[in-house]
Design a protein around this ligand. Sequence first.
Ligand code: MG
Ligand code: MG
Length: 285
Amino acid sequence: MNNPLGWLGKSVSEGVRSRTVRHRSTVQLKSARELGLMRDAGRIVAQALDKVRQAVIPGVTTGELNRLVAEHFDSVSAVPLFKGVPSSMKGKPSFPAVVCASVNEQVVHGVPGSRVLKEGDVISIDTGCRLNGWCGDSAYTFAVGNISAEKQRLLDVTRETLAIAIETMKTAKTWSVVAHEMEIYVRRHGMSVIEQFVGHGIGQTMHEEPQVPNYVSESLRKQDFLLEPGLVLAIEPMVALGTKNVRVLPDGWTVETTDRRAAAHFEHTVAMTSDGPRILTLLEG
Ligand code: MG
Ligand code: MG
């Protein structure tokens, strides 16, 4: 299966024979002033996801959640990043909404609409905006009412995987060390890291170098990158209860697990600073 790409990321380029570490030439490091502007954008994204959190109850539609976020971005003159992104599949429409809303077995890139959420569902909401020229990108998987113990464990493990990544960045020199910790944590809990989609650098555009896999990919083994002050990454583990294999639905967007077991997705925009990693997509701090 071809990599369906999507805008979360793309396959890491192959062909580098010896292990190298990527340097500044391909990665744009941000100044303290720029990180401040990215924090402002990240706060707006966090506020939008907080509005979603309060609205996720049985009976709400994914389209209503999208509207809440669109209204919030509009109220602060933030530009939504997802709407209008072209599909990577020929002949398919560009993305029509400001959030991705992915329910249960849907991993990422679900298209919001008339679907009504039911008790026991899990829903991943991913969104991003640009404010004053700088971007923020974050995702959260919410429980709809009471969910099964298995789904709760999935949410916990995925959220913890993101937390472990950020914690590991306090001491790691390169990303492969972080990716390894993420991968073994998920495996230890009998779950799978989705490999076909990865995180990304972020700044004035949503997708910048480097690509940020949630596992030690072959490409990462060959070409690692340094965790240096000014680096800003959208870190976004996607974890499945069953298989890591995914497919894209005929809408050209929605990605689901091939065994149709549930998946979860948590994401923060994180800056490396001389004082360690700083999460830019939080409400406070
Ligand atoms: Mg992202
Ligand atoms: Mg995102």
